[in-house]
Design a protein around this ligand. Structure first.
Ligand code: MF3
Ligand code: CO
Ligand code: CO
Length: 275
């Protein structure tokens, strides 16, 4: 029995219904997430006015399969493309298509790959050329909310602690936190326990993150109201009031020393980045 399991067993009433990863599992997770972050580094350079979201999808698909890996989204519950591209008022799960990215748009690119059976999952919001000060401010608050959540994540914290920190940060600045979609445990499956809502839901007070837990934090933050709806295509999620929405996602491994960000990129925005 390792320390995590002992401590876990000592906390009556707490939930822990996800796998605890150790040693060789952690190496596999690191490898999958590192590959995924290199893919993100490649895509970041390609986002500019005049390209289609389909073009980004093709680049990602070729990169993943070219390295002998699998695009997790392709065919996932019938999803038709390899990545998600969510433009402006699209909150998440935007399907790449012929639409051309325009100067002033913001686009979240969410990529998930499977490397030797292990998942890597992350997303970033990009500016298409110069964007409005409103779009910049939203993106900054969303990026900072992700890091506020990561820093709130400590060994044996609850999911509630993470969400409370994120929501405090975003709401105190006048933004809203999307409730209908959440972060998730991840490993040999795309979505597993623990569920990670980004707003403080009572039920998550007893959902404890112990060392060896691997999960995502992926807040979606809106300028307007938090409500969303799904388009006719069955996937595209938009803000009900059509206000702008942004998102950032990292995959985190909880260790005895604190959170390890598995999907950190070399060339992307680092903690504290100013947009
Ligand atoms: N990558 C998303 C997440 O962070 C899930 C996308 S599922 C898809 O959990 F089917 F829409 F691609
Ligand atoms: Co995710
Ligand atoms: Co994702």
């Amino acid at each position: 029995m390792n320390l995590a399991r002992i401590r876990d067993a000592l906390l009556p009433g707490n939930r822990r219904n996800y796998p605890i990863y150790e040693n060789s599992d952690i190496e596999m997770l690191r490898k999958a997430a590192a590959f995924n972050s290199q893919l993100m580094d490649m895509l970041r350079e390609q986002v500019k006015p005049g390209i289609s979201t389909d073009y980004l999808d093709k680049l990602a698909a070729d990169y993943i399969t070219g390295h002998g890996h699998i695009a997790a989204c392709l065919g996932y519950k019938g999803y038709p493309k390899s990545i998600c591209t969510s433009v402006n008022d699209v909150v998440c799960h935007g399907i790449p298509g012929k639409a051309i990215l325009q100067q002033g748009d913001i686009v979240n690119v969410d990529v998930t790959s499977i490397v030797d059976g292990w998942y890597g999952d992350q997303s970033e919001t990009f500016f298409v050329g110069e964007v409005s000060s409103e779009a910049k401010a939203l993106t900054q608050v969303t990026f900072d909310s992700l890091y506020v959540g990561i820093r709130a994540a400590r060994p044996y914290c609850s999911v509630y602690d993470i969400a409370r920190a994120i929501t405090r940060h975003a709401e105190s600045r006048g933004y809203s936190v999307v409730r209908s979609y959440q972060g998730h445990g991840i490993g040999r499956e795309f979505h597993q326990e623990p569920g990670v809502p980004h707003y403080p839901h009572e039920s998550t007070r007893k959902s404890i993150i112990v060392p060896g837990c691997c999960f995502t934090i992926e807040p979606m933050i809106n300028i307007g109201a938090p409500e969303t709806y799904i388009e006719q295509d069955g996937w595209t999620v938009r803000t009900k009031d059509h206000s702008l929405s942004a998102q950032f996602e990292h995959q985190i491994l909880m260790t005895t020393d604190g959170p390890e960000i598995l999907t950190l990129t070399q060339n992307g925005p680092q903690e504290g980045h100013c947009f």
